[in-house]
Ligand binder design. Structure first.
Ligand code: SF4
Ligand code: SF4
Length: 111
């Protein structure tokens, strides 16, 4: 579990958010996990060691990124919902992100 502290949004900003519950969306998807190919990887763990804020621990909606006891970033790519935040969220461009191979990944249910 991520126990990092977050600043609450102001009431004005909170009022602009759409009434979407991400938990409800996440339970309505199916995963087709590719156990032989990790479509997300940290490029260099030595770079992560120099990354102060480590925003990957916060921006992923399904907490794909976690830290082990030594502070090393772990990537649980199997849970990825392909939101794309990895492509822009790492300040050091240290995440290698690709779409899953054909036939794998998440399937969203709409309607
Ligand atoms: S944000 Fe990028 S550089 Fe920083 S810890 Fe996460 S993966 Fe590593
Ligand atoms: S693409 Fe989105 S869901 Fe997948 S690991 Fe990156 S931030 Fe998490």
């Amino acid at each position: 579990m991520n126990d990092r502290k977050h600043q609450p949004l102001s009431p004005e900003l909170e009022a602009t958010l759409p009434a979407v519950n991400i938990d409800n969306l996440i339970v309505s998807i199916k995963y087709y996990v590719d156990e032989e190919f990790a479509h997300i990887q940290v490029r260099e763990h030595t770079v992560c060691a120099t990354c102060g804020p480590k925003p990957c621990l916060d921006f992923c909606p399904v907490r794909v990124f976690t830290q082990d006891g030594q502070g090393r970033i772990l990537v649980g790519y199997q849970a990825c919902v392909e939101c794309g935040s990895c492509r822009i969220g790492c300040p050091l461009h240290n995440i290698d992100w690709q779409l899953p191979r054909g036939g794998y990944g998440v399937a969203y249910k709409f309607g």
